[in-house]
Design a protein. Structure first.
Length: 499
């Protein structure tokens, strides 16, 4: 299964190229799409008494007329409820003409228990909030508690953003989409409105998708496994990279240790916690295989970087917001060298609230260290306030703009984490779990990212892999998870990844 994601615009381009290249015409693609939906309805609900097919005026409705015809052909009692009529001469008009069932106005739609609803009102072409009669249909489905199968997307949800275009959208038990997923299938709340998602092949081949050139992917091992650092038989600890984690002051050392433990579990050969003098004893009491070095100021940080040549540094977790952090981050970016990466998290992001440009300029300079930023929603708003405020942008587009501006890979965290690279590539993570909404889980993520960077994985792939592994570890551990559990919970995930 391919992991590319097509924006609705790219999907329209794929349709156009496919129709031009043949062998399928527009109406044949529509028939293939309708056939895929009808087959899935029959497979899952073989005993359904009656199917209601809601058809809109565009090609989504066209798919619906095909579904209605095919279900009726095999003896299902089908009623078609239409909102608007297809434009004369369109593929949808042909599909409606070939459907033997007379469409009735959607206002008369009245489902009952045991029925199935096929929602083919609007898909990629949704351009405004749903009409009152479409909203009434949603309410009737909800009250009747009957399964809804969405064609392409639950009507009301934007395929671009995953947000409802108005106040209401269908909630489907199953969404059958075509060719590839769209961002709205993976971004919240669209993901929840879709129910189970099935991607049907309608005859648009991989060469057409390659010609469209999508740059967005569903995150998963297929995307990055070939770049995953496999330890060679003759490796030794420094060949597996060295991560340095800056510790905070006396009351906040735990975050750095969480990142350090996670980095160690994620396969880096050596990890050093860089600790101010007043926290050395606390850190020492909790560390065994992880090294500890006193770092009280910029000079000591510079000395560590030049003596011990770490390949990745984590700065921010528990460190404290302010000028010392800003200075340290800029020194690392400006002097550590392009072979070193800096993961800036938590306080590391908030510290640049008033001066984000200084960070972005330093990260964009020739020879600068690599930068990975890991903001959650609040931190994202502090670093990129104008992008965060722009309601027209999807989370995907926000992350992409932030990556381009900051010259860093951005991990925009949340239940639908988006990872974006300054080169325009992006991935939407789909294995997130509410179990990760626990204190310290972000520190662990930073440690995993740093470990993969330190082992030579390219930054975008390292960020994607870390996000996926972090969520996978949480899922497998299950309820009761706290951040301390996550590093050890990585082991079964790694066992599978490393084969
Ligand atoms: N060749 C193709 O392009 C294919 C398209 N397919 C289907 O085509 C769909 C996209 O078709 P369209 O681009 O025609 O878009 P839609 O069918 O989603 O809707 C477009 C029409 O609805 C109107 N409209 C949009 N929002 C409305 C609202 N809230 N209330 C009232 N009217 C509204 C628009 O003005 C336009 O007339 C896909 O979602 C998919 O289901 C499939 O048949 C596969 C092949
Ligand atoms: K739909």
């Amino acid at each position: 299964m391919s992991n590319e994601i097509l924006t609705p615009h790219e999907m329209a381009e794929a349709d156009r190229l496919a129709i031009a290249a043949g062998p399928f015409s527009g109406i044949q693609l529509m028939c293939n799409a309708g056939a895929a939906v009808a087959a899935e309805v029959l497979r899952r609900w073989p005993a359904a008494i009656r199917a209601h097919v809601l058809c809109g005026p565009g090609n989504n409705g066209g798919d619906g007329y095909v579904v209605a015809r095919l279900l009726a052909d095999v003896g299902v009692r089908v009623t078609v409820w239409a909102e608007g009529r297809p434009k004369a001469g369109s593929d949808a008009a042909q599909a409606a003409a070939e459907c033997p069932i007379e469409a009735q106005p959607i206002s008369g739609f009245h489902p009952e228990g045991g029925d199935i609803v096929v929602d083919a009102l609007y898909g990629a072409g949704l351009s405004k909030p749903l009409s009152p009669s479409a909203v009434a249909a949603i309410v009737k489905c909800r009250k009747a508690k009957i399964p809804v199968v969405a064609v392409d997307l639950p009507s009301g949800i934007s395929g671009e953003t995953g947000h409802p275009v108005g106040d209401e959208a269908f909630r489907a038990a199953l969404t059958v989409t075509f060719v590839r997923k769209k961002p709205g299938h993976l971004l919240l709340p669209g993901r929840e409105a879709c129910g189970e998602i099935l991607v049907a092949d309608i005859g648009i081949g991989a060469e057409i998708i390659a010609a469209v050139g999508p740059k967005c992917f569903e995150n998963g091992p297929v995307l990055w496994q070939s770049r995953y650092p496999m330890p060679a038989a003759d490796t030794h600890k420094y060949r597996r990279g060295h991560v340095g984690v800056f510790s905070g002051g006396p009351s906040s050392t735990g975050a750095a240790r969480l990142a350090a433990f996670a980095a160690a579990r994620a396969g880096v050969g050596a990890v050093t916690v860089l600790s101010p003098g007043n926290t050395l004893a606390t850190n020492a009491a909790h560390l065994t295989s992880i090294m500890l070095r006193r770092v009280d100021d910029i000079d000591a940080a510079r000395a560590f970087i030049s003596d011990r040549k770490p390949s990745a540094l984590v700065l921010g977790p528990g460190f404290g917001v302010g000028e010392p952090l800003r200075e340290l981050a800029l020194v690392v970016l400006e002097t550590a060298g392009a072979e070193v990466s800096l993961v800036l998290d938590a306080d590391g992001i908030t510290s640049f609230h008033d001066a984000p440009a200084s960070l972005f300029i330093a990260a964009g300079a020739k020879g600068a260290a690599g930068l990975v930023l890991t903001p959650h929603e609040g931190e994202f708003g502090r670093l990129f306030p104008d992008i965060a405020r722009d309601a027209a942008l999807s989370k995907l587009e926000k992350a992409r703009k932030a990556a381009a501006r900051s010259h860093g890979v951005v991990i925009y965290k949340g239940p639908d984490t988006v990872i974006a690279s300054p080169d325009g590539r992006a991935a939407i993570n789909a294995n997130g779990t509410p179990l990760l909404a626990t204190a310290g889980s972000g520190d662990v993520l930073s440690g995993i990212v740093a470990a993969l960077l330190a082992q030579g994985m390219p930054a975008f792939e390292a960020a994607c892999a870390a996000v996926w592994m972090h969520a996978e570890a949480a899922r497998r551990f299950g309820p009761g998870l706290i951040a301390e559990d996550l590093p050890l919970a990585l082991c079964p995930v790694l066992r599978e990844l490393l084969g």
